[in-house]
Design a protein around this ligand. Structure first.
Ligand SMILES: NC(=O)C1=CN([C@@H]2O[C@H](COP(=O)(O)OP(=O)(O)OC[C@H]3O[C@@H](n4cnc5c(N)ncnc54)[C@H](OP(=O)(O)O)[C@@H]3O)[C@@H](O)[C@H]2O)C=CC1
Ligand SMILES: O=C(O)C1=N[C@H](C(=O)O)C[C@H](O)C1
Length: 235
């Protein structure tokens, strides 16, 4: 498969290594100053760039009939526009806030726990995410996915907020930035008598990158807007 990498930073470079090991060719590497590139020479594009260019990169792929795997976080105000463009162009598109198998299992665990806690009003939920100091967005895309799933599956919570909150029905998310941390996410349910914690700790970026390459292999030849649950057949 011929792959275009939109964004050639920490993730782009890790994806390149894994894609080559799995027998693919990297035909395009696009970074900040690469403006006039021909996306049509790729069978599939993988975007891990920066929040304010992600939607433009995705649109360029969809307008040129190139399936696109979107991993960049912090651009979701344009997600519905990406979905609409994908449908209009009969293209193929996946966004996932986290491509690792472990986090996608963690997402399911979080939904199940949220459902179980729905009737137990004595528990307050809070979340923490820790990432490296170069991260541009906060809270992380993964933390937003976790919080939205809690809101969907637990009627006690209606919204999330960065840092602390006085609203009982609002989930506080604390975002910490510590040198070299690839990504840690924690969900806590706390009552007066105990605390229940679930946590995912990424040890490196390999899991995110492998998941993105698997998603790229899966999407070629398909039409539609998909999620990692479709790729991994879970959920
Ligand atoms: N969904 C998931 O599983 C994961 C998502 N992420 C997300 O992926 C994104 C990238 O992370 P990471 O690789 O660590 O970040 P990096 O900062 O290492 O890489 C981003 C790259 O994008 C480049 N870039 C800037 N402008 C453009 C442009 N117009 N077109 C294409 N590329 C451009 C940057 O170039 P320059 O440095 O020259 O500006 C940089 O090389 C983040 O949003 C992060 O949150 C990260 C890990 C997992
Ligand atoms: O920026 C990162 O590094 C990561 N970003 C994603 C996010 O915002 O959730 C996924 C992972 O946690 C690493």
């Amino acid at each position: 498969m011929n792959i275009a990498l939109l964004g050639y930073g920490r993730m782009g470079q890790t994806i390149e290594q894994i894609a080559i090991k799995r027998g693919h060719n990297i035909v395009l590497k696009v970074d900040k100053d690469d403006k006039d590139y021909d996306i049509t020479k790729a069978d599939v594009a993988i975007d891990f760039s920066i929040p304010n260019v992600a939607f433009n990169n995705i649109s360029n792929c969809l307008n040129n009939n190139v399936p696109v795997i979107s991993g960049t976080t912090g651009w979701l105000e344009n997600y519905d526009n990406a979905v609409a463009l994908c449908k209009e162009k009969k293209g193929a598109f996946i966004y996932a806030s986290n491509y690792s198998l472990g986090v996608n299992i963690f997402f399911e665990l979080n939904k199940t726990l949220a459902k179980m806690m729905s009737t137990l009003k004595q528990y307050n939920v809070s979340m923490e995410e820790i990432h490296h100091t170069k991260k541009l967005d906060a809270p992380s895309g993964t933390a937003i996915s976790l919080a939205n799933d809690i809101i969907e599956f637990n009627t006690n919570f209606k919204a999330w907020e960065l840092d602390s909150t006085k609203e009982e029905a609002t989930i506080p998310i604390v975002a910490k930035r510590i040198e070299d941390v690839p990504g840690t996410h924690t969900v806590n349910y706390e009552s007066e008598v105990d605390t229940i914690t679930i946590e995912h700790i990424a040890h490196n970026r390999q899991g995110f990158a492998l998941g993105a390459v698997i998603a790229a292999e899966w999407i070629v030849g398909k039409t539609g807007v998909f999620t990692m649950n479709d790729v991994l057949n879970i959920g």
